[in-house]
Design a protein around this ligand. Structure first.
Ligand SMILES: [Zn+2]
Length: 171
């Protein structure tokens, strides 16, 4: 026996359509009663091992910024990621009243500082032989992080730079 997913009346297992309201019933082997037992769609998602519909991202600060601020300063916000230190300076000069721009300058400074620190490791004698490959990989990762940040600006977002965000300075 099973219950109609729409009106809840009792049906025989072989009945694919409800005789009372006419709605189609899920296939018997897919756990038919689960549909009726879980009216909350979020619970249903979790029951099937998927992510819930909404997914709160604590590193996404987009909502904290003014939409007009974002649209006006998008282009400036990209500069620190593309041009490095030069872009940071240009963006700083343009950032007088833009929290959105300042946010991205902070992210870009973080990435640039990480990249610089990694390069300094190569100046240490002896260690530089050991560190050459890890540092090279780290620089490539930072480059990818910059690209990710660049595209998040394209879509008007203010997300903390991945990987770099776990370094606790410059909050
Ligand atoms: Zn029904």
């Amino acid at each position: 026996m099973k219950n109609c997913i729409n009106c809840g009346i009792q049906l025989e297992d072989y009945q694919n359509f409800c005789p009372s309201c006419g709605s189609q019933q899920p296939a018997a082997d897919a756990g038919a009663n689960q549909y009726y037992a879980q009216p909350n769609p979020d619970q249903a998602y979790q029951a099937y091992g998927q992510q819930p519909v909404y997914n709160y991202d604590p590193t996404d600060h987009t909502a904290e910024f003014d939409a007009q601020d974002i649209s006006e300063n998008k282009c400036y916000a990209m500069l620190p990621y593309i041009l490095g230190a030069v872009g940071i300076v240009i963006a700083l000069l343009a950032s007088n009243d833009s929290p959105y721009l300042k946010f991205h300058i902070r992210q870009a400074i973080k990435i640039t500082v990480c990249a610089a620190l990694a390069l300094i490791c190569l100046c240490i004698p002896i260690l530089n032989f050991l560190l050459a490959i890890p540092v090279a990989i780290f620089e490539i990762i930072l480059f990818v992080v910059k690209i990710i940040c660049f595209f998040s600006i394209c879509s008007g977002k203010a997300k903390e730079a991945p990987i770099v965000k776990s370094f606790g300075f410059l909050k």
